[in-house]
Design a binder for this molecule. Structure first.
Ligand SMILES: [Zn+2]
Length: 262
């Protein structure tokens, strides 16, 4: 296998790890959403939506604590999968990376923040269900259809038509993703791709690589990645992909030719 083929293969497996963690998160959060909704049945609907959200958040605490732990465990497992794919030994670097601050916060800190937002999203879905007078199974169906993207869902538009204007959409610096779910997935996939990239680069360094080329892994227009490709040979202390969320650029490490015996 050429170094480029190795790079392509590695990136394909990394993307599979990202898809796998997403499907784990789907299972964990759909399950958590139903549990929270079941517990919230004991709450009286108050006309004050903000108080209702606070009450749901209190009830959801234990369920969300477990969800956080499971997500964190899967992120660690799928990050460390890179080590066996490379046939490397565990140097502890991946664990250190996961425990370190990336862009100002550790993975777990960011995960905690987004998972806590999830209680608000579920409370808001329940508010929408109440406006539409949904009961029993209809509520479960509505939650499963809307938990990934409650504020862009059919449920949202129907419930706003049904009663008294908009459900207040929370905004606390969630970036471009308008749901807790999408932030949770983005955070998990983001850290996995960084972990895979660093693990391979560390191994390449130990194996004596002198630099790397970057190749586009998709035809999606991206100036950032095009510039990295055009930059040619990168030195080992330069940044390797991912250059952004969902970056699937391929790295080709370069090694010196074996000296001829003579
Ligand atoms: Zn890229």
């Amino acid at each position: 296998m050429t170094e480029l083929e190795k790079g392509k293969n590695y990136t394909a497996r990394m993307m599979q790890a990202e898809r796998n963690v997403k499907s784990r998160i789907d299972d964990i959060l759909s399950d958590a959403a139903i549990k929270i909704a079941t517990q919230a049945r004991s709450l009286r609907f108050s006309s004050n939506e903000s108080l209702y959200r606070q009450a749901v958040a209190v009830l959801a605490k234990d369920v969300l604590e477990k969800a956080m732990d499971s997500i964190s465990e899967y992120v660690r497992e799928y990050s460390k999968a890179s080590i066996s794919i490379l046939g490397d030994k565990d140097t502890g670097a991946t664990t250190r990376l996961l425990n370190s601050e990336l862009f100002g916060k550790t993975f777990d800190e960011r995960n905690r923040k987004y998972v806590n937002y999830f209680a608000d999203d579920i409370a808001n879905i329940l508010i929408m269900c109440d406006r539409l007078k949904l009961k029993g199974n209809k509520i479960t169906e509505a939650i499963l259809a809307a938990y990934k993207s409650p504020y862009e869902s059919d449920l949202m538009s129907k419930s706003q038509k049904a009663k008294k204007g908009p459900v207040s959409v929370p905004s606390y610096g969630r970036g471009v993703y308008h749901s807790a779910y999408q932030n949770i997935v983005r955070n998990a996939q983001g850290v996995i791709s960084i972990a895979w990239s660093k693990e391979r680069k560390n191994k390449a360094k130990r194996d004596g690589s002198i630099g790397f080329f970057v190749h586009r892994g998709s035809s999606y227009p991206c100036d950032i990645c095009d510039a990295e490709v055009e930059a040619g040979l990168h030195e080992m202390d330069e940044e390797a992909p991912p250059y952004h969320v969902n970056c699937c650029c391929v790295v080709e490490y370069v090694y010196r030719k074996e000296e001829d015996d003579e």
